[in-house]
Design a protein around this ligand. Structure first.
Ligand code: CMP
Length: 136
């Protein structure tokens, strides 16, 4: 069934000029872009977006990273979009992500891993409501 997922192209990808490469992979796969915006994430938005991680040891440097420059936020739509985006992104740790995935091809880091994608229908709804109210 058609689904919507939230995707964040993180500051490392913007700095490295990889926004187009990431968008091409999403578009080439057949996903539709429903919304897209360049956004400077602040501490408050980071804390809300990563609510499930704020108490974790890796969170403070993650927040520093995700607020370090502009990101591109988008909502994509397509058949089983949530799972499809996660497969395109690859494993969280770029060093372990399979070649052929976005992280596997372009990231050598567990933190600076270029993209975020919603991990479930519940998180997709929560994240779309947070970033693009009314679009979930
Ligand atoms: P993301 O899919 O955005 O979800 C949580 C983010 O936290 C993850 O991508 C990474 O950027 C980061 N992350 C997850 N685990 C770790 C870790 N062990 N060390 C550093 N960063 C992490």
């Amino acid at each position: 069934p058609a689904q919507r997922s939230f995707v964040l192209i993180k500051p490392d990808a913007v700095r490295r000029g990889l926004v187009g490469a990431v968008l091409s992979r999403l578009e080439n796969k057949g996903l539709s872009i429903v919304a897209m915006e360049l956004r400077q994430v602040n501490d408050e938005l980071s804390d809300q977006h990563y609510a499930e991680h704020v108490e974790k040891a890796f969170y403070p440097p993650l927040r520093t990273f995700v607020t370090s420059g502009p990101s591109v936020a988008l909502v994509v739509e397509g058949d089983e979009a949530i799972e499809v985006v996660r497969l395109l992104n690859g494993a969280t740790d770029g060093r372990k992500a399979a070649p052929g995935t976005i992280r596997g091809d372009y990231s050598l880091s567990n933190r600076e891993n270029l993209v975020h994608g919603s991990d479930s229908p519940e998180s997709a709804k929560r994240e779309i409501d947070l970033w693009f109210p009314g679009l979930a």
